[in-house]
Design a binder for this molecule. Structure first.
Ligand code: SHN
Ligand code: NAI
Length: 210
């Protein structure tokens, strides 16, 4: 079965992680990174999760999951090492149409967590449809080597150029031509080389030629 890829806005949204072990820690970290409002329910926590609790980065209930705890959350991750508990959490979520990731039972997920490369505004998400998370991780590591930190600045430059063109060029067909010329203009190479002069010249060329 094919999965539909989505990028969610979770800033300020209530999310629940059930379990406080190694896998929970990885999933919590990625939720905190995007500004989600995270609650953890688990009788025990890794030292890192405990640190996030101490720093007030997340709310925590030091107890076992109880029926219905999932209610009111946008996203839930069932990450205990007890399959029966994870199944109970998943059941609660399916009843309520909540997004649920059950870490040990792919059939009880309505979404998977991909491996992710982030470079500022660039997000590359990798999934093997659950066939091999280890391969997803290796592909991420390969892509990290190809898409370096310079993509952060590159996308910022492209963003401000795009805003400028949207503002100044009324004709959509001409705008499209300019965006394509800019995308092909090897601006990344100028950024990698730290050559601001060449960058400015190429941009000026693109804006005047298309
Ligand atoms: C279905 C899915 C559901 C979900 O969790 O979303 C799922 C399920 C399971 N994972 C298992 C094992 C491992 N998972 C990892 C790592 C990651 N797993 C992630 C996602 C996913 N894992 C979803 C599918 C993603 C896809 O479509 O490819 C990543 C990408 C994202 C993240 O978790 O943040 C993250 C890499 C992040 C990174 O490095 O970039 C490693 C490797 C490691 O830890 O280094 C191992 C051990 C090696 C191996 O098994 O391959 C097991 C079996 C446990 C057991 O042995 O019983 C199950 C359950 C099952 O398959 O039945
Ligand atoms: N999807 C993924 O990416 C991966 C999934 N797994 C699966 O994830 C599961 C968890 O792995 P780990 O985090 O390494 O285990 P762990 O043993 O480190 O953590 C389990 C956590 O669940 C908590 N817990 C147990 N019963 C609970 C209950 N009734 N209510 C709330 N919390 C409860 C424990 O206190 C502990 O914090 C394993 O079953 C494994 O099969 C393992 C690797 C990767």
């Amino acid at each position: 079965m094919l999965l539909y890829p989505l990028l969610l806005r979770l800033e300020g949204q209530p999310c629940l992680v059930v379990g406080g072990g190694q896998v929970a820690e990885r999933k919590i970290e990625s939720l905190l990174e995007v500004g989600a409002r995270v609650t953890v329910i688990s009788p025990a926590l890794t030292p890192e999760i405990q640190r996030w609790v101490d720093e007030d980065k997340l709310r925590c209930h030091l107890r076992e999951y109880q029926d219905g705890d999932a209610a009111g959350h946008m996203v839930v991750i069932a990450a205990t090492d007890v399959s029966a508990v994870n199944e109970q959490v998943a059941r609660d979520c399916f009843q309520r149409n909540i997004l649920i990731n059950t870490v040990d039972i792919p059939q009880l997920c309505n979404f998977y967590v991909p491996a992710v490369v982030r470079r500022g505004d660039l997000t590359i998400a990798i999934s093997t449809n659950g066939c091999s998370p280890a391969i997803a991780r290796r592909i991420r590591e390969k892509l990290e080597a190809t898409f370096g930190e310079e993509y952060c600045e590159y996308l910022q430059v492209m963003k401000s150029l795009r805003e400028q063109v949207l503002r100044e060029v009324p004709n959509p067909a001409r705008r499209k031509a300019i965006f394509e010329t800019l995308a092909e203009a090897e601006l990344l190479e100028c950024i990698q080389a730290g050559d601001d002069q060449a960058l400015k010249e190429r941009i000026a060329q693109c804006l005047s030629s298309s």
